[in-house]
Design a protein around this ligand. Structure first.
Ligand SMILES: [Fe+2]
Length: 307
C-alpha cells in the first residue's frame, strides 16, 4: 500500500514539474545531450541557436568595422570551435589601472563566498571601477562584432580573485566551478575572460575543450560535473584543451554553453585575478560602456532583467 502511495506521489510530482517546465524534464535533457552534445539544456540550445541565427541574418545589413585578415580568421575559428585566445589587444597601462581599482573595490564592496575566493559582481563596476569597461576597445569590439555578425551587448560579469584550495577540501566538494561543466545559458551567449595578473600553469588557469570534443564526450555519456570516471580523464587529456595562461591582458573567448570548461586551482602561494563578462548578440547597436539586459534569458532561463 505504502509503495502504491509513494509511486502515486512520484508520478504526481513528475507531472507537476513537467507541466510547469517540460524542457527540463525527461526526455528533453537526454535528447538535448544526444542532439546538441552539451549539458546546457534543451531550451538553451534550441532558443540559443535561433537567437544566433536571427542576429547573424540581421547582421547581414550591419556594417562590421574594418578588421584585418588574422582577426577575421580568429572570429571564424571562434564560431566553429567555440574557443579563442588573444594577447596584446589591451594596453598594459589600461590593465594595470583596472587591476588596481578592482582589487581595492573588491576589498570594500566585494563578497567572499568562501575563504578561497573574493568576488566583485559587475553591478558594482559602474560605481567602484568604471574603467573596467575600457577593455572593450576598438580592436576587441571589432573582433566581437565579426564573431556575432553584428552588434552585441554586455549582460553581466564579475571580477574574481581565486586562491589556493587544499586537496582534502577539493575531494569533499567543488569550490569554484573547478569541475568540468558547461553553463546553463543560451548557446548564443559568449563569455570572455581577461587575465589581470601574469599567469602560468601554477596560477590555476581556466581550461576549456572545444565544441566537437565536448560533443564527443557528452555523447559518450558524460552527464555532470559530479562524475569522476574515465570520461573525466579523457577531458583532462583532450588535445583541443586550451588553458588560459599568459601575461596580464590575455583574453580567452569561450562559448561556455557549448564547451566543457573548468577553473583551475592555484598551487600554494599563487592566486589568480581575472575579469569575466557574458555577451549576447543584439539589434540596437553595440554599447560596451554599461550592462544591458539580455531578453533571451526570459525564454531560456526565466530571468526577466529590467536594466
Ligand atoms: Fe562555467
Amino acid at each position: 500500500m505504502s509503495n502504491a502511495i509513494t509511486f502515486t506521489k512520484r508520478v504526481g510530482s513528475f507531472a507537476k514539474g513537467f507541466a510547469s517546465d517540460p524542457f527540463t524534464h525527461w526526455p528533453f535533457p537526454v535528447i538535448s545531450r544526444r542532439v546538441y552534445g552539451n549539458l546546457a539544456g534543451f531550451r538553451q540550445n534550441l532558443f540559443g541557436s535561433i537567437d544566433t541565427t536571427i542576429h547573424r541574418l540581421l547582421g547581414l545589413f550591419h556594417k562590421n568595422p574594418p578588421c584585418d585578415a588574422g582577426t577575421r580568421k580568429l572570429a571564424a575559428d571562434l564560431r566553429k570551435y567555440g574557443l579563442a585566445k588573444a594577447n596584446g589587444w589591451i594596453e598594459p597601462a589600461t590593465i594595470a589601472t583596472i587591476r588596481t581599482r578592482l582589487v581595492a573595490a573588491a576589498e570594500t564592496a566585494g563578497s567572499n563566498p568562501s575563504e578561497y575566493m573574493t568576488i566583485l559582481e559587475a553591478h558594482a563596476f559602474a560605481e567602484h571601477a568604471p574603467e573596467v569597461f575600457d577593455i572593450f576597445n576598438a580592436r576587441v569590439n571589432g573582433f566581437l562584432e565579426h564573431y556575432f555578425g553584428g552588434p552585441f551587448l554586455v549582460n553581466s560579469g564579475a571580477f574574481r580573485f581565486t586562491r589556493h584550495v587544499p586537496e582534502h577540501v577539493l575531494q569533499e566538494r567543488e569550490v569554484y566551478s573547478d569541475r568540468w561543466h558547461s553553463d546553463s545559458g543560451p548557446t548564443s551567449m559568449l563569455a570572455i575572460f581577461v587575465l589581470l595578473n601574469d599567469l602560468g600553469p601554477d596560477g590555476g588557469p581556466t581550461s576549456a575543450i572545444n565544441i566537437s570534443a565536448t560533443k564527443d564526450v557528452v555523447r559518450q555519456g558524460y552527464t555532470s560535473r559530479k562524475e569522476s570516471g574515465h570520461l573525466t580523464a579523457q577531458i583532462e587529456n583532450d588535445p583541443t584543451r586550451v588553458e588560459m595562461t599568459g601575461p596580464a591582458g590575455t583574453i580567452m573567448f569561450v562559448n561556455v554553453a557549448r564547451c566543457l570548461h573548468r577553473a583551475g586551482i592555484p598551487t600554494e602561494g599563487n592566486h589568480r585575478e581575472w575579469l569575466q563578462f557574458r555577451l549576447f548578440p543584439c539589434r540596437d547597436g553595440t554599447d560596451t560602456t554599461r550592462l544591458r539586459a539580455a531578453k533571451i534569458l526570459k525564454y531560456t532561463n526565466r530571468i526577466d532583467q529590467d536594466y
